[in-house]
Design a protein. Structure first.
Length: 647
């Protein structure tokens, strides 16, 4: 049987790429470089190798950049047309608008322009012709969310309730379609193609799913996935496997030139055109876009550096020219303080699992932190007023340089990136660690001793105080995002009963004004001066023991029990009211249950999988606290059970 290779392809380039923000605001995802070459160029080259001769590209977000690129791109052998969408239409709506291009009798390719793929088209064409299907869809059995169900090669469900379970698959964004699909599309407005497929299945059409062992597929949906795709495709190239064609061998020559100039290059590093790197710089797992510049002796790792960004500080996430990131009011606030915005750089800080985003901004002469927040969470609107209150109280916090409630942002004094967590993790001597914790405790005593009276006198707006309802919410967070996953209902009931007793004990503890989230990562250690508190917008009335438990039982650092008790004694020597050891350990049980539940919830969010690594340490500390608090045998045994289940 002769196989007719489809000559037409519809390339979907309209999406915004929200999970890649702020990168996709600087450059549309289809134009983001993979090994220094725009992703869309890889895709067009692949289509040409398949025998495709006509390509229609739909555009919406930043269409001008995509069109300009295509006009200048080397698309030899391809006739490229544009379908512009003033209002984004979705895959189904885009295909409906492209009816003029795909109508007829011949099948056509439909694929996303923001994927990295390498696959032989022959299997699709053979399945299409053999099965007389309406469509053949590429599915992956391992990667991605796996929401598609398939039986004997036919897709039966696109919205599986058992997503990720055995027998589910991820749709890879590549379809081989019959023009018959057009009659199943909704006739107007935004539309996904999935309802069209579902209507087709109900009418008796066959939608075939195809998994291909010798293939490569990667979703570049997050910065972490984008960096990993570079690592993967280089490995594929070296092994002579699919996906290796996405690697650009000339990149090795560029890196060799950097090494000759005294630059240390480790891991997977790619550099675009016109990139400059100063001698003595250290690069590891970095993608430098065209025109980026890295200063001498700087360390940059696990980072994506945008077009023409100038790096003057160590970086470890995303770096962009500030004028491509900042909003007009933010620019005005900086310019009013003498900043040169055209020379400024914005360093995007990793997600902290909150409704706030942080950026370090500098122009070579000034530095500040920019915090953006949503007013949907009431506590975010309190940050600025709380910062000023704490400063007046005598507690060290970053100074507010400028602020706006609509849109919500504030510029803060930059006290550096080194936290109490960093100091402990870098192996500082115990005397140094002890001294820093004692300095933090002295600040905490000021908050607890003066805060309650001053807050009431000034009518400081606060989130609701700790009470039985909030303690119940914390333990239910632990139940829903950790305990239920252990699969032991009897143990879960016993643990929740013990946590309920702990909650009742917490209600009886006298309230002061507390930070509420005083973990080591929320204490900055400036080069000069005393430690400073951050992330205090959740400040409220509650037990002093809760703050002490947050600080001294922090799973991030795992302080020794003897040091915990010494620091508790230091607090009692500084504060007006003392906290007994039994009270402290009881509060630690409550706080650690909340923290472990939070780690479980946060680890499921984009860019926050790292939080899961803290669960074992949290359980170990929880077992210690439960043992010292007494009457919590089931909570105490959790750590061992979890480790056995995880091994």
């Amino acid at each position: 049987m002769s196989i007719k290779t489809p000559k037409k392809a519809f390339l979907l380039a309209a999406g915004y790429g929200t999970r890649m923000l702020p990168l996709s605001r600087d450059l549309p995802k289809p134009l983001m470089p993979l090994w220094g070459r725009p992703l869309i160029d890889h895709t067009l080259s692949l289509l040409a190798s398949w025998g495709v001769r006509e390509v229609l590209v739909n555009c919406h977000h930043d269409a001008a950049q995509i069109i300009t690129h295509l006009l200048a791109a080397d698309v030899s052998g391809l006739r490229v047309s544009i379908s512009h969408e003033p209002d984004i239409l979705g895959t189904g709506g885009a295909l409906r608008k492209a009816e003029w291009f795909v109508a007829g009798d011949e099948p056509f390719w439909l694929l996303n322009a923001d994927l990295a793929i390498d696959v032989d088209p022959g299997a699709f064409v053979r399945s299409y012709e053999k099965g007389r299907s309406l469509a053949v869809l590429w599915l992956h059995p391992v990667k991605g969310p796996r929401t598609v169900e398939m039986k004997r090669g036919r897709i039966t469900d696109f919205r599986s309730e058992g997503a990720g379970a055995d027998g589910t698959y991820t749709f890879c964004g590549l379809h081989l379609l019959s023009p018959r699909i057009l009659k199943f599309l909704s006739r107007d407005g935004f539309a996904s193609i999935v309802p069209a497929y579902e209507r087709a299945i109900k009418s008796g059409e066959k939608i075939e799913g195809l998994t291909i062992e010798d293939s490569y597929w990667a979703d570049l949906g997050t910065p972490e996935q984008y960096l990993e795709t570079h690592r993967e495709t280089r490995r594929q190239y070296r092994a002579g496997k699919r996906g290796g064609r996405l690697f650009v061998p000339s990149m090795s020559e560029r890196l060799a030139e950097l090494r000759k100039k005294g630059v240390t290059v480790q891991g997977c590093v790619t550099v675009g055109r016109g990139v400059t790197v100063g001698s003595g710089a250290f690069l590891r797992d970095v993608v430098l876009w065209d025109g980026a510049a890295v200063g001498r002796g700087l360390r940059v790792e696990n980072a994506i550096v945008g077009r023409s960004a100038r790096i003057r500080l160590p970086a470890d996430h995303i770096v962009l020219p500030a004028n491509r990131l900042l909003r007009s009011l933010e620019v005005a606030a900086l310019e009013s303080k003498g900043w040169d915005i055209d020379a400024a750089t914005a360093y995007v800080l990793p997600a902290r699992g909150s409704a706030r985003a942080y950026y370090r901004v500098e122009d070579g002469r000034h530095r500040a932190l920019l915090m953006r927040y949503s007013g949907e969470r009431f506590e975010n609107t309190l940050f600025v007023r709380h910062a000023r209150f704490l400063k007046h109280l005598g507690v060290r916090v970053p100074e507010v340089l400028a602020d706006s409630s609509s849109p919500g942002f504030c510029l803060l004094e930059d006290l550096g990136a080194r936290s109490l967590l960093d100091v402990v993790k870098c192996g500082a001597p115990e005397r140094r660690v002890r001294a820093l914790y004692e300095a933090v405790i002295a600040q905490l005593a000021v908050l607890h001793d003066k805060g309650r009276t001053r807050a009431k006198r000034s009518r400081l707006p606060l989130v609701p105080c700790f009470d039985a309802v909030l303690y119940r919410w914390e333990r239910e967070l632990f139940r829903d995002h950790f305990l239920s996953g252990l699969g032991d209902d009897a143990l879960a009931v016993a643990v929740m009963k013990e946590l309920s007793r702990v909650g009742r004990a917490m209600v009886r503890m006298p309230p002061v004004l507390i930070h509420r989230d005083l973990q080591s990562s929320n204490v900055l250690i400036p080069k000069r001066g005393v430690p400073a508190f951050i992330d205090f917008q959740g400040m409220r009335f509650g037990p002093a023991a809760y703050d002490l438990a947050s600080l001294l039982c922090d799973p991030y650092v795992m302080l020794k029990e003897s040091l915990q008790l010494d620091l508790l004694d230091a607090y009692n020597a500084s504060a007006r009211s003392s906290v007994e050891a039994e009270t402290f350990w009881t509060a630690a049980v409550q706080r650690l249950a909340q923290a472990i539940g939070a780690y479980g919830r946060l680890s499921s969010l984009p860019g926050c999988s790292r939080f899961a690594a803290h669960i074992p340490g949290g359980l170990s500390m929880l077992a210690r606290a439960a043992r010292k608090a007494g009457d919590c045998p089931h909570i105490e045994m959790l750590s061992g059970l979890f480790l056995r289940r995880s091994s």
